[in-house]
Design a protein around this ligand. Structure first.
Ligand SMILES: [Zn+2]
Length: 108
């Protein structure tokens, strides 16, 4: 079971602060700090159309498929924050993936 850090922070801050507004402020501050780091480390979200498979399945011939028209077959999209705030620059994770794909000792 996965619990959001922000839900956990809200509950813990409610235990210590005892006011909803103060707890929301603490949780919002935590969100403002962690969200840019999260966007940098995990820049993508799963495609909702194909659920991350990258395939659009046929309705008549069930074995047939083509690339998902929403994600182009990659199964993922850039997250909203990266699209809004960093539309033209690559994140750290994207740069690392690009470097790994072109490194000389990569197996064929
Ligand atoms: Zn897709």
């Amino acid at each position: 079971m996965r619990i959001s850090v922000f839900a956990l922070a809200l509950v813990v801050s409610l235990l210590f602060i005892h006011t909803l507004l103060g707890s929301l402020a603490v949780t919002g501050g935590l969100f403002a700090v962690l969200y840019p780091f999260s966007l940098n480390r995990r820049p993508f979200r799963t495609c909702r159309t194909c659920k991350g498979t990258g395939r659009h399945r046929g309705a008549v011939f069930l074995y047939a498929h083509r690339q998902c028209p929403a994600c182009g077959g990659s199964g993922r999209h850039r997250r909203w924050g990266n699209v809004q705030f960093r539309p033209t620059t690559r994140t750290r994770a994207e740069r690392q993936a690009r470097a790994a794909a072109t490194r000389p000792n990569r197996p064929l």
